[in-house]
Ligand binder design. Structure first.
Ligand code: FAD
Length: 382
């Protein structure tokens, strides 16, 4: 076993840290307040190969691994979760394209993420199908050489700024098994009948784009089918085995950023004639926060490392997501507590981090869904 990061890993980590420290702090608060999409920062990050790190060079990407991607996301989220979220989500769904796309699809859709202005998304959730993804009702019906898509999605990342979406559709409604009824279809957002309305008023991650998306007789060629018809649900589970590792990395980054802010505050702030950090109650809080973060980080790195070795581990990745996101929510709560009343005002970054954290326990599988997955892996189907 070797727990050390290589020189290359450390260089990438450093590059991401310097980029985030240089670009995020001046604008993060304002972008969050005004829900401003961080376009210039995104364009710079693309040029520096700091997005979609796991995408192979053959398809225009940096050609690194899942671990490198996780390291970069951790650094981004440490400085600002909102901008970190948007830089991560530009390639959201690329894992699925890499796993199940044809050579032609991978080249056509992934390369422009780096060489052009492409932004992708993955539209799964619907008003009546959240945790229960097998209940998705947006239909894709074959008509000659095309699919015709009708339905609506909700809370979709990059719905209004994306150039194409992977769309989870109902293609085989008569199949007996509810896990054999769906397919994933690539939809370019400039196709007739595609409409997206930005969903304003998010609690956190406010500079990232989230939208309600509508498909009204959207026609796409049959070549836009990803993988096999009726295999969409199984494909989706393989996708989550990868994407959850990233969300777990978000949790570690957010928690570390919150801890860093708390440490700075308790060193400087004096009460009863001493810095807050001189009280043992404070010291114990800091020790507990740091310990939880380290445990979460190890789970995240291990699950990303296994992915790089081609050994995706459903249970471990779900555990990493469950634990790291719980750590983020509890650590940021304690970090804000240590700021006292000042933490309740947006002059302090901790207020923004606090609002950002909660979604980590909701998207990419709620914490309850992660527990269902973990326990099913242990107990089997009873
Ligand atoms: C900021 C943001 C960005 C998002 N981005 C995307 C995106 O890009 N693409 C996309 O497709 N979706 C996206 N989502 C949607 C997200 O994936 C869903 O919100 C999530 O899957 C939960 O679905 P739901 O909101 O319908 O909650 P529900 O499924 O209605 O769940 C509500 C509560 O009930 C619990 N629950 C549900 N079923 C069970 C059960 N069987 N046992 C125990 N408890 C249960 C849940 O855990 C949860 O606590 C995003 C959401 C947010 C907030």
């Amino acid at each position: 076993m070797d727990f050390t990061l290589s020189k290359e890993h450390k260089d990438i980590q450093k590059a991401a840290r310097e980029f985030a420290v240089g670009e995020f702090p001046d604008v993060a608060r304002e972008f969050d307040l005004n829900e401003t999409f961080p376009k210039k920062i995104l364009d710079k990050a693309r040029k520096l190969d700091l997005v979609g790190l796991f995408i192979p060079e053959a398809y225009g990407g940096p050609g690194l691994g899942f671990l490198e991607h996780a390291l970069v996301l951790e650094e981004f989220w440490k400085i600002d979760p909102g901008i970190g979220q948007q830089l991560c989500s530009v390639s959201f769904g690329a894992e699925e394209l890499l796993l199940f796309g044809t050579e032609e699809q991978k080249t056509k859709y992934l390369a422009p993420i780096f060489t052009g202005k492409a932004i992708m998304g993955f539209a799964i959730t619907e008003p009546d199908a959240g945790s229960d993804t097998a209940a998705v009702a947006t239909t894709a019906v074959r008509d000659g050489d095309d699919y015709v898509i009708n339905g609506s999605k909700v809370m979709i990342g990059n719905g209004t700024v994306g150039t194409f979406m992977l769309v989870f559709c109902l293609t085989n409604p008569d199949e007996k098994s509810k896990t054999a009824r769906h397919s994933v279809i690539i939809v370019e957002t400039d196709r007739e009948g595609y409409k997206a309305d930005k969903m304003d008023g998010k609690m956190g991650l406010r500079c990232s784009d989230t939208a309600a998306v509508y498909f009204n007789n959207v026609r796409v060629p049959k070549e836009n089918l990803l993988g096999k018809e009726g295999h969409g649900f199984i494909q989706l589970m393989h996708f989550f085995d990868r994407s959850r590792a990233y969300v777990a990395a978000h949790g570690v980054g957010l928690a570390q950023g919150a801890l860093d802010q708390a440490v700075k505050h308790v060193r400087g702030r004096k009460q009863f004639g001493r810095p807050l950090g001189a009280f043992q109650a404070t010291q114990f809080k800091i020790a507990e926060m740091a310990t939880k973060i380290e445990a979460a980080r190890n789970m995240v790195y291990k699950s990303a490392w296994l992915l790089d070795k081609g050994m995706a581990d459903t249970k471990l990745t779900a555990m990493a997501k469950l634990y790291a996101c719980h750590v983020a929510v509890t650590v940021v709560d304690e970090a804000l507590q240590l700021h006292g009343g000042y933490g309740y005002f947006n002059d302090y970054d901790i207020e923004r981090f606090y609002r950002a954290a909660k979604v980590l326990e909701i998207y990419e599988g709620t914490k309850e869904v992660e527990k269902i997955i973990i326990s099913r892996e242990i107990l089997g189907k009873l």
